[in-house]
Design a protein around this ligand. Structure first.
Ligand code: G3P
Length: 216
């Protein structure tokens, strides 16, 4: 499973990229706004920090506007993936930009039928939002499993990019359900390595090593 970081904070991205565990980045207008920096400048910088896809989202809501903004975003760097909302206009723009060779990430997906449409429109990625479904008492993980089955039934190569991930357990369940990518806030990625028994075990090993005077 690929790991994307869901943030526009370049300091966090640079720090995580150093681990060699990060395959790409996702942003959205809310995250860009939080960075407080100009859109194109921050996307360009992020594209230089990771080799993989960097999702940059349009703000137009009509097909023509989305296509024009998408072309502009795609020119920022080769690894930009244009993020479009899952609306009829977004699906039409997805078809046009995908046919031009631009990777499109169709976002704000909350149903299996929406995911089916995105695959048919040529999307490189579909972004189902797990946490926001859980928030309204709907099982977000069931959506990931349903999309996996549908895409496998018809051999669609659109990648399932599980988004709105809030906890390490979401990550495990996404991996079990066969999501291709999980995009996570930096805090969730960092939490994946934590286990109290690891800390306890290490403490005991180091204490024994010190007592015995072990040097490597
Ligand atoms: O990748 C989408 C993500 O940024 C949304 O997360 O926690 O606002 O639902 P959240």
């Amino acid at each position: 499973m690929k790991f994307f970081v869901d943030t526009a904070d370049t300091k966090d991205i640079a720090e995580l990229a150093e681990t060699g565990l990060i395959d790409g980045v996702t942003t959205n207008p809310s995250l860009i706004a939080k960075s407080g920096r100009p859109f194109a400048e921050v996307i360009k910088e992020i594209c230089g920090l990771v080799p993989g896809p960097v999702s940059a989202e349009v703000v137009a809501i009509d097909t023509e506007g989305m296509v024009s903004e998408g072309r502009k975003l795609a020119r920022i760097a080769e690894n930009v993936a244009v993020k479009l909302p899952l609306t009829w206009d977004g699906l039409k723009a997805c078809r046009t930009l995908s046919d031009e060779g631009t990777a499109v990430n169709v976002t704000l997906c909350f149903s299996a039928n929406q995911a089916l449409l995105a695959a048919k429109a040529g999307a490189a990625f579909i972004s189902p939002f797990i946490g926001r479904l859980d928030d309204i008492n709907v099982d977000g993980m069931e959506l990931i499993s349903d999309i996996r089955q549908i895409y496998d039934n018809y051999l669609f190569d659109t990648e399932i990019l599980a988004a709105s991930i809030r906890t390490p357990n979401h990550v495990k369940l996404c991996a079990l359900a066969g999501a291709d990518v999980a995009t996570m806030p930096p805090s969730v990625i960092k939490a994946l390595a934590n286990h109290p028994l690891t800390d306890k075990g290490l403490e005991a090993f180091l204490a024994d090593a010190k007592k015995a005077g072990i040097k490597v």
